[in-house]
Design a protein around this ligand. Sequence first.
Ligand code: HEC
Length: 144
Amino acid sequence: MKALLVMVFIVGFVILFVQCSNGVENKKDLDENMLDLAMYSDNLGLYLRKQDADYSLWLLDGLDSTLQILSITFTEHRKLLRPFKQSYNKELAPPINDIRKALYKTDFPKAVESYRLLINNCNDCHIDLEIDKTVVDWSKAGVH
Ligand code: HEC
């Protein structure tokens, strides 16, 4: 009985180790990850409008983490022309870093300006790839 328990523990640890050494495990497909992105970006727009720096920063980190997981996962995908990481580095990371810097200084006009650039860049990729999805700019008054 004792030997069996020890065996179970060892097998358990081996499975854990193998899973951890694989790094991030992303079971979602690109469209599901995109829905996560939209959840973060919609709420980010809303909380920038409410001028809530703490919650905006939390949402921004969630958005950025999801994008980094996408960058690791989608080195290729039937709907993408290049590895996602290239688009992240070039189009998304710069405005995200600008939003972060602006929020540290609670400079909301600057944060909103960079947020709009980010949303434009989301949509530019959708237009390029003929994806019928417009990401909404929630920082604008009139969007509920
Ligand atoms: C490098 C290109 C690219 C960028 C950048 C990009 N997307 Fe997408 N997006 C796609 C592709 C491709 C699809 C279609 C996925 C599919 O149908 O499998 C998609 C689909 C979507 C969808 C629809 C998902 C669904 O299942 O209905 C949403 C929402 C979305 N993206 C949000 C975003 C947001 C928010 C950003 C910016 C933070 C963003 N996307 C940036 C390529 C991109």
